[in-house]
Ligand binder design. Structure first.
Ligand code: ADP
Length: 160
């Protein structure tokens, strides 16, 4: 049984993330999406609401589970006997940070491998932060996020 962990802030989950998790779910017996609190980033959406949005967006994928998580990804992987961490790579921008993090994770836990999956062509320049910004300013983000996220961010923008 091969289990993989897919960690991220998912603030919010975008169709780029959904594309990665859908492809990953076809490669592994099970995938655990870890919605990370991420103290290094100021969150737009509170963790418990991010968790609901992620769960709702991937509920059609029967071998994917979702949980909130705070701590080292390698510890989560070890706890679930997962040998793989999945990360998505967009054109150029993600490489340096992701490369450094994978080296650190390798050092912390040599038995866990990071596997990078290329972002889908249509999602190469899609980021959660830009999605939040455009939605906040009243721009159209249809086709970039799942419908539940679209509804959530529209409501958030209206409340401002
Ligand atoms: P983090 O805060 O840990 O970078 P994110 O939620 O921004 O978390 O992203 C989680 C993972 O998904 C990362 O590996 C990131 O590179 C990847 N990712 C982000 N946006 C996209 C996208 N549009 N397409 C594919 N992968 C993406």
């Amino acid at each position: 049984m091969t289990t993989a962990v897919y960690p991220g802030s998912f603030d919010p989950i975008t169709l780029g993330h959904v594309d990665i998790i859908t492809r990953a779910s076809q490669m592994f017996d099970s995938v655990l999406m870890a919605v990370v609190k991420n103290p290094g980033k100021q969150a737009n959406i509170p963790l418990d609401e991010r968790l609901i949005l992620v769960k709702d967006s991937i509920k059609h994928l029967s071998n994917v589970e979702v949980q909130a998580f705070e701590g080292l990804t390698v510890d989560l992987a070890k706890a679930h006997n997962a040998k793989v961490i999945i990360r998505g790579l967009r054109a150029v921008s993600d490489f340096e940070y992701e490369f450094a993090m994978s080296q650190m994770n390798k050092r912390l836990c040599p038995g866990v491998e990071t596997i990078f999956m290329m972002a889908g062509l249509e999602y190469q320049f899609l980021s959660s932060s830009m999605t939040n910004e455009v939605a906040r300013l009243g721009g159209d983000i249809q086709g970039l996020v799942p419908d539940n996220v679209l509804a959530y961010l529209s409501k958030q923008a209206d409340a401002q």
